[in-house]
Design a protein around this ligand. Structure first.
Ligand code: BJW
Length: 225
């Protein structure tokens, strides 16, 4: 039984209408990273950060999965127990495409997190700095996403999956953000075949044995078939 680990990034959701971060006109062209994706930025201006994530939550709720999300869901259903799907994305398009298990290492737009007591609950469509935590009542509600300087979720599942992978496939990610950017090199050193599916060569393109470049909605279904 071949163990397959798939890592996805913003590029897989681009054709569902959700902006990537670093492409021309992407999210970081409109907002400084340090203002909206760091705990320090949130402490400085929680209103701005909530507006940024409220807008993205609303957009994500309107978006629909594209053929790339659907192909990965099909792959996992057809190969039960063989596929580990890790996404850096905070949208829920893999879930809505029917992927049975999705590890959202950078959290989820659909979740709220209390910065005071770490309690988690489903996010309201619109979050505000004064919103109180349902567990401890602190007005410390934040989106349940992982910002720079914070520890990504799921290492207890991700690390063993990477260590046991026969095939590692990276889809729609620029390879600029760690630890995800180091996964291909790690898997390759341990003997896995590594494949990149992206619009253009990523920052870590040298870590892949094989690459296919083009829009995810075309190249992912082709690769999966
Ligand atoms: C298409 C397409 C189409 C477009 N079809 N493709 C080691 C070295 C150096 C630095 C560090 C290091 N280790 C840690 C750091 C610090 C830091 C870091 O990486 N900094 C870098 C800037 C260098 N990392 C962290 O702080 C992380 N924490 C951490 O490492 O903790 C310690 C630790 C150590 C060891 C083990 C474990 C932990 C946390 C990182 C959190 C990142 N958070 C964000 C925001 C999440 C919430 C939100 O969504 O707002 O995550 S930043 C942002 O970048 C978001 C994304 O998930 C992430 C990656 O972006 P992604 O998905 O790659 O998007 P883009 O836009 O960059 O690329 C899109 C790609 O798609 C492009 O290639 C296009 O070509 C392609 N594309 N259209 C196919 N149609």
């Amino acid at each position: 039984m071949e163990k397959i680990v798939i890592l996805t990034g913003a590029g897989i959701s681009a054709e569902s209408g959700l902006g990537t971060f670093r492409d021309e006109g992407g999210l970081w062209a409109q907002h400084a990273i340090e203002d909206v994706a760091t705990p320090e930025g949130f402490a400085r201006d929680p209103d701005l950060v909530h507006r940024f994530y409220n807008a993205r939550r609303a957009q994500a709720a309107e978006a629909t999965p594209n053929p790339a999300h659907l192909a990965l869901a099909r792959l996992a259903r057809e190969h039960p127990g063989e596929v580990t799907l890790i996404t850096q994305n905070v949208d829920d398009l893999h879930h809505r495409a029917g992927s049975p298990q999705v590890l959202q290492m950078h959290g989820t737009l659909m979740g709220a997190l209390c910065a005071a007591c770490d309690h988690r609950w489903p996010a309201p469509l619109v979050m505000q700095p004064a919103d109180r935590c349902p567990a401890c009542a602190a007005p410390a509600t934040r989106p349940d996403v992982v910002w720079f300087g914070e520890i990504p979720y799921g290492a207890e599942v991700i690390d063993p999956a990477l260590n046991g992978a026969d095939l590692f496939v990276s889809i729609g990610t620029s390879g600029q953000v760690y630890p995800a950017a180091a996964y291909a090199q790690h898997c390759r050193r341990l003997g896995a075949r590594t494949v990149e599916l992206n619009l253009e060569p990523s920052e870590n393109a040298r870590d892949f044995d094989e690459a296919h470049y083009g829009p995810a909605s075309k190249i992912v279904p082709e690769f999966v078939e």
